[in-house]
Write a protein that binds this ligand. Sequence first.
Ligand code: ASP
Ligand code: MG
Length: 423
Amino acid sequence: MGVRGQVSRLVMKFGGTSVADLERIRRVARLVNAEVQAGHSVAVVVSAMSGKTNELVAWTDGSGAAAQGLAPSDDEYDVVVASGEQVTAGLLAMALRNIGVAARSWLGWQIPIIADDAHGRARIDEVPPDKLAAAMDAGEVAVIAGFQGVTRDGRIATLGRGGSDTSAVAIAAAVKAIRCDIYTDVDGVYTTDPRIEAKARRLSKISYEEMLEMASLGAKVLQTRSVELAMAQGVPLRVLSSFIEPGDDTANAGTIVCDEEEIMEKRIVSGVAYSRDEAKISLFGLPDHPGVSSEIFGRLADANVNVDMIVQSHARTADTANMEFTVGKRDAARTVEIVRAAQKEIGFDDVAVNEDVAKVSVIGVGMRSHTGVAKTMFGALAEKGVNIQVISTSEIKISVLIDAAYTELAVRALHAAYGLDQL
Ligand code: ASP
Ligand code: MG
């Protein structure tokens, strides 16, 4: 029981590595039991066992279905790939009963988690909370298959890879949970990648907005959409390791993702992120008149190519300009094809692509109110002799594109420059 006799509902979510085998599922059952004993009404959202979803996807896409003469199909893809979560939900409910905890499994359609019909990347429209909350409050742990919903026509729809995080947040919002705990294979969100900088520190708290930037910059802890939903619905998240035992000191475990206002200890920069997933496209000798950018980026948008950083500059020659922009590496070849095919309409002399680049970003809500953040960044990079190719900024982020060979050096230099080594 929580405050004033009200039940405190808690959502716990376990990713693939946390439920990879029966032994781990038993450990998860013990962690769930500890929260039940602590007086919470609990819903648990589970992913498929690690590797399972990839295996299922391979049956249905080019590497599987087509190779075996089946035409790929969006709606039936969802029926196949959603099955991994059904297995873990049933197994965890069994493991809970085994240790004397009342539990039952829930599939997406049984709650129901109502989603739109964009198969493979569906969005959740609505989660009616009544049935679920009643079962939870009656003391029965609700073990929910993540990643899946049901369309208004009664078809299964999956929420995009990594979508169990979003299932968990949507459930937490629906049942008004006090928090959504995301158990994973890392013990929280770090100031940077600990594999690159051993002095990286776990953050005890981070704001939704910073987490969103980190997630979209390649820190793969949470599905970006789940953070957006948590921010919109005001659901506090906690990211923590499932490789703990009940009774371990968990009071300060993990990283809380919450509103900026709830973070007492203010930092200017909270983290340094990097991504090697981008390629730089350069267009030379563009005509310098209105409509050129629209011509280029309109075509890329029509082809669903996501453009990230963009810079344009005047060339020495009168009336011409050069443009550089970045796209995902996997879109690089296609991008070059698209602009080449429109060379006449766009009117450039030459195009070049460079895949040997990395984007390094510093993120922090403190940038809104502090000056000199960019100066520190550029100074630290200059001191290490790192050349900056492209710069882009948002209210709470500065990103630079550099030669990929300098990624580690740049990350470490920036981590030190903003005092993150000493947090
Ligand atoms: N099992 C799904 C995936 O691998 C969903 C999830 O784990 O969040 O993408
Ligand atoms: Mg995940």
